[in-house]
Every structure is written in structure tokens, then in C-alpha cells.
Design a protein around this ligand. Sequence first.
Ligand SMILES: [Zn+2]
Length: 322
Amino acid sequence: MFQPDTDSTNRTSALSATELFKIKDVRIGDYTMKAWFVAPYPEEYTQQPQLYICEFCFKYMASDYIAGRHKLKCAMKHPPGDEIYREGAISIFEVDGRKNKATDDVPYHNQMYCQNLCLIAKMFLDHKTLYYDVEPFLFYIMTEVDEDGCHFVGYFSKEKCSAMNYNVSCILTLPCYQRKGYGQYLIDFSYLLTKREGKTGTPERPLSDLGLLSYRSYWRSVLFRELRKVDEATSVEELSARTSLTPDDIIACLQLNDMLFKDKITGRYQIDIHDQTLEEHAKKMAQKNYIQIVPEKLTWTPFVLSKERLASITGEATHQVK
Ligand SMILES: [Zn+2]
């Protein structure tokens, strides 16, 4: 949460975070968007109605003039980290939130990049609280590529080591790119990584209202697609193995769509497939014509933490084995 200075000598101490935050609009690349929530930018950046952000390095600036000058000299044309997916105009990068040395090729610290990204996200996600402790996370940055570079569209973050099997921590599509199916695309990508890890996954809770709607829509699409392929004898476990969705999410989704019943005698769940519903949904999705992930285009191996790194992240002492 935003923490205003509580020092009683500070003239701003009596003001609420909302009063301190004067930013109404945020300009990223060629788009100007309304800021939905307060983000903890340094005070000198929150005193004018518009904030300017470089779409490549996420540097934030207070004026159009400074942003224009920065654009001329910014050396970054794509996110730092590794490009792990490219299909058509979509490119996705994996960025480790760990501190790194800037190089000629990537003249920027990952950590600062990820922290600045979290500040952007805070303006559009009400419950988000992560800003500075980015080291335990990997960030997956989705971009649209053209001759000017890789333009930031959205991202999700993911814990390097999640005890709860969370495969997404925060997820955001910039408002200017919403309604193009990119939110579903990002969610699908997060499950593609989980599938590649040989696991099942679920997003960290709580989800924002918009996030919950997106996930429900995604789960329905994926399960309906699978149910069209299988016969009625399929089980929740089989669906889970095919989709990498957790059994709990599958049960919740099927119940929400009236397709799951608990047998009163055996106590087992039974899937009740409504063919007409599946066909109508498939027709609706075809009309939307959203871009689809091409799994073969993913060039990625799952992140593996060494014991030492894991200990440094979790703050535990490293056990020396002799
Ligand atoms: Zn820049």
C-alpha cells in the first residue's frame, strides 16, 4: 500500500495518498490511458496530471519535453532478458527480477526495469502490493513487434518457487490493448509454461474483478474445447492432465456452467456434457477470431533454482553438505 510520510513536521502528512496523487493520465509509447489507481511514484512525479513512461525501459518522466528527449537517446528497443517466444508480431521475453549488471547490449538493470513495471501495474490493479521486492519473481513481458522495436502490451509475474503451485502472481494487459484477446493470450501462455514444467497451476489469489472474469472465461474456453474432443467418460483428473488446470479450478468452472454433478451415493463428481452449449461456445469463439498461442514457438526450459539461490531468496541459511 502507499505509505505517505507520517512525520508530523512534513507538510504533506495530513494528506491522503489519493490527494497526493494528481496523475490522471499516463502516456506509454503512443497511447494515453487513464490511471485507475494510486501508485507510489516519488512525489515530484505525481504532482502533474500526466505521467510519461518510456515503453521500452519504463523510465518515468514528468514532462512531454523530457520524454521526447529520452526517446531520442533510449538505447532499449526490447525488454531485457531472453526472448522465449516469437510468433508473427508477438514476442514474449522472460526477465529475471534479480539484480544484474548492465551491459552494452542491455544497458539496464533488470531489477529497476521490473520495479518500474510494478509501478505501472499498480495504476491498473487495485490489490497489487509488490513494488520493490522483485527478486523472487520472473516477469513475462508480451510485446508487439514492428520496425521501431518491441512495444509493451502486457505481462505476468510468476514466483520462481511457489509452494502453492501459483503459476501467475500479477497479470496485466494495458488498457489500450484490451479487448483484443491479449488477456486470454497471456493466461494461455502462463499455462503453456506450466505444461512445459509438467505441473498444474493456478493464479495467486485474490484476483481483481477483471482478473476473475478473464480467468473464468479462459477456463471455460479451454475446458469446453477439451470436452468437445473427448467422450462423456472423461474425468476431472484427465482434464487436469490435458490442460494443466488444477482439479479445483476445473470443478469450480464446470459447476459454474452446470456441467458437474456430485453423485449422491458414490460421492464422485460426474461430468455432464451439454453438446449444444459446447457447439455454441465454439462458434462464438471462432467469430471473435482471437490470436492463438503456437506452443511449438516456445523456446524455453523451466527455471531451476540452485539450493544457494533458493536460500538467499527465502532468507534461510544454506546447509553445507560435505
Ligand atoms: Zn527508455
